[in-house]
Write a protein that binds this ligand. Structure first.
Ligand code: GDP
Length: 351
């Protein structure tokens, strides 16, 4: 159903997501069909082409861009003799890696169980030993082999615990609000350079240890600007194209810490040909996550790779190259200006 352009973007993103999950994209195969083959998604000729590639390149894992029904998933696995997952499982796997808070982990686990429940039946044992890593983080294969009833019990326990945690969150939130920290969140399309910027801005490997942040994602770090500390910077999982609605809740919870930020840095790969599409994706999700009331500073990154004229589309903005440490100080000063602008509201002491 995708336009060719959108399809290319999604394929590129699949590669990047695969790398994020620790895989090495090796072979890419596509097929255009008026509708999916009901048994094997792709046609039978294409399936045997895939099988040849799997054997020739010693592929451990096949990832489908289309969502696969449980029976199609099983059928393809049987035919290929390797583990097969779809894009949704890949994304859940990345969420499982990134979720740090108890609530985040539980939300992701719930989504994984929900996804896996209809896939339990007839799952072959040998598959659990193949293609380890991607698609196996989280609940894990041994638990998958236990029966459905057991999984349903665990799901209802998770839901109960989540309800309790949400009560507790109301308490810690009011505590955190009274603090004087100024919290900054990094958002952006996957691969835009968020982690690189986090490292450049904070210059240290020390994670935030403050008690108040004990439950926060360890990707939160302290930030010092103009000799003042008490600021924090938090990295997020990259924003993803076409996030299925069933994953929004799990995604929200991996962004739990974002609820407390005072400023969003929207990191954009300024050198990407798909830049505007990426910007749109991120903006849609910012809205969906009800964070669009926050001040946003756009950071056009990878200045060193820009070819030809560059016309920014989002304001206010700053253009930098995190890799070449070019413009990082200017970025800090823009952040500082924002802190000063909102200092009364947040009771940050500035001279
Ligand atoms: P994230 O997914 O947003 O956290 O992105 P990363 O920080 O992991 O960066 C993705 C890739 O872009 C890495 O290979 C970085 O080395 C590279 N990168 C980051 N910043 C720059 C930059 O300013 N210029 C160039 N050329 N590459 C960059």
């Amino acid at each position: 159903n995708y336009s060719d352009e959108k399809f290319q973007v999604l394929m590129k993103e699949m590669k990047s997501l695969t790398e994020t999950a620790g895989g090495i994209p090796t072979v890419e195969m596509t097929q255009k069909l008026p509708r999916l083959n009901s048994r094997s998604a792709v046609g039978s000729g294409k399936l045997s082409e895939i099988k040849d590639a799997v054997n020739k390149e010693e592929i451990d894992l096949v990832i489908s861009m289309n969502a696969l029904t449980p029976s199609t998933n099983r059928y393809i696995e049987d035919q290929l003799g390797v583990r097969v997952i779809d894009r949704i499982q890949l994304i859940l796997d990345i969420f499982a890696m990134r979720a740090k808070s108890r609530e985040g982990k539980l939300q992701v686990e719930l989504a994984q169980y929900d996804y896996l429940l209809p896939r339990l039946q007839g799952r072959r044992d040998y598959l659990s030993r193949l293609g380890g890593g991607i698609g196996t983080r989280g609940p894990g294969e041994t638990k998958l082999e236990t029966d459905r009833r057991h999984i349903r019990t665990m799901m209802s326990q998770i839901k109960k615990e989540l309800a309790k945690l949400s009560e507790h969150r109301e308490l810690t939130r009011s505590r955190r609000r009274s603090g004087s920290e100024f919290n900054i969140g990094l958002v952006g399309y996957t691969n835009a350079g968020k982690s690189t910027i986090l490292r450049e801005l904070t210059e240290s490997d020390t994670y935030v240890e403050d008690q108040l942040f004990a439950t926060l994602d360890p990707l939160t770090r302290k930030l010092t600007i103009n000799g003042h500390d008490g600021f924090t910077l938090t990295d997020t999982v990259g924003f993803i194209e076409e996030l299925p609605t069933t994953l929004i809740q799990a995604f929200k919870s991996t962004l739990e810490e974002m609820r407390y930020v005072d400023l969003l840095l929207h990191v954009v790969d300024a050198s990407s040909a798909d830049r505007m599409m990426h910007e749109q994706t991120v903006y849609n999700l910012i809205k969906e996550l009800e964070m669009d009331h926050l001040p946003i500073l756009t950071v056009y990154n990878k200045k060193d790779k820009i070819e030809g004229n560059f016309e920014p589309t989002l304001f206010p903005y700053v253009t930098i190259s995190a890799l070449e440490k070019d413009g990082v100080e200017a970025l800090k000063q823009k952040i500082w200006a924002e802190i000063v602008r909102t200092s009364e509201k947040f009771e940050v002491e500035v001279d």
